[in-house]
Design a protein around this ligand. Structure first.
Ligand SMILES: Nc1ncnc2c1ncn2[C@@H]1O[C@H](COP(=O)(O)OP(=O)(O)O)[C@@H](O)[C@H]1O
Ligand SMILES: [Mg+2]
Length: 319
């Protein structure tokens, strides 16, 4: 096994060579970290997933044996988008929030090639995206539990002045098996605060210019207007629509078309879609209210959403 002292992967002076297609990493980078010890602390076991901006690995603390998820920014994307400080902001955001529905972070460190890594709690379970893809419909009780946890976690984040800005099913992890057996006190954990904005901090980075994923972007962000925590309320609305109706409110052939629709087009009421036709009216009302174009017409706080979901869950007696 190699340790971190031989972990000289890329000469920082040659970094410009890494800018290019985000999908074509040089081979030296692609397979280089597996089996290595980084930061003198974590031995990297295997790759968990590749996100839009980073790769996440399963690693083990060399002394305590604890499993962690290690997030490393993809150098090609970071360089192209000038997102060098993205992980720092992510760490700051996590440290402001302490909530069981938000993944915990342990530490940050640097690889020998200068790339930063973020070590965090490993969530053992599929993402909500996978659950949506693999199940024709998610059992209503599980859907409510997931949504309540997401709303609780975001409520805690918003209270600390942190808004996520990239809320989507791929960033919700479910500490449970696909059959729904829980392995944790919560049904959902939110990850990826890499685009988070922290209130009352200077707008420092190129990260602020980057929008979240087009399918979940609020009309105000899509239109380049000022925005606040209510972008997360809109994104939660898109997610709920997707969970209950089995389709997203807007589809487009390209990001530009999608953004235009978020700004200008009214979504089809959820209850008009076959899968959602028999759901409680109040649920339809809540989802459609979250999808309002003007932030002031949406529920104003995550706590409000949480209350409504709780009431619907108790009334439909699926708890
Ligand atoms: N703490 C974690 N435990 C387990 N898997 C994780 C964890 N954090 C992220 N992942 C997996 O890695 C993927 C990418 O991580 P993410 O933080 O979303 O990176 P990106 O900013 O590139 O989207 C996630 O969609 C998820 O599948
Ligand atoms: Mg992500």
């Amino acid at each position: 096994m190699t340790d971190s002292s031989s972990h000289g992967i890329v000469d920082p002076r040659n970094r410009h060579r890494l800018q290019g297609s985000p999908h074509r990493l040089p081979l030296t980078l692609k397979h280089s970290v597996l089996g290595r010890v980084v930061g003198g602390t974590y031995r990297i076991n295997s790759k968990i997933a590749t996100g839009g901006m980073s790769t996440v690995y399963l690693a083990r603390h060399v002394h305590t044996g604890e499993l962690v998820a290690l997030k490393i920014l993809r150098q090609d994307v970071a360089a192209a988008l000038r997102l060098g400080d993205r992980l720092l902001i992510e760490m700051q955001a996590y440290q402001l929030i302490d909530h069981p529905a938000i993944v915990k972070t342990h530490s940050m460190g640097t690889l020998e090639d200068g790339r930063m890594f973020l070590a965090m709690e490993f969530v053992n379970g599929p993402s909500l995206r996978r659950l949506i893809k693999e199940k024709t419909s998610i059992p209503l009780d599980l859907a409510f539990h997931i949504l309540e946890d997401v709303a609780r976690g975001l409520h805690a984040a918003h209270k600390r002045g942190v808004f996520h800005r990239d809320l989507k099913p791929a960033n919700i992890l479910l500490p449970q098996t696909l059959r729904g057996q829980p392995t944790s006190e919560v049904a959902a954990k939110i990850v990826d605060f890499g685009l988070a904005r922290i209130a009352n901090t200077p707008r420092i980075t190129a990260t602020d210019q980057v929008m979240g994923t087009p399918q979940y972007v609020s009309p105000e962000q899509a239109a380049g207007k000022p925005f606040d925590h209510r972008v997360d309320i809109y994104a939660l609305g898109v997610m709920m629509y997707e969970i209950f109706a089995g389709t997203q409110p807007f589809r487009g052939n390209n990001p530009k078309e999608l953004l235009r629709k978020h700004v200008l087009m009214s979504p089809v009421p959820m209850r008009k879609l076959p899968k959602a036709a028999r759901l409680p009216r109040k649920l339809n009302k809540l989802v459609m209210k979250c999808l309002e174009k003007h932030p002031g017409d949406r529920p104003q706080e995550m706590g409000e959403i949480l209350d409504v979901i709780r009431k619907i869950r108790l009334k439909t007696k699926v708890a």
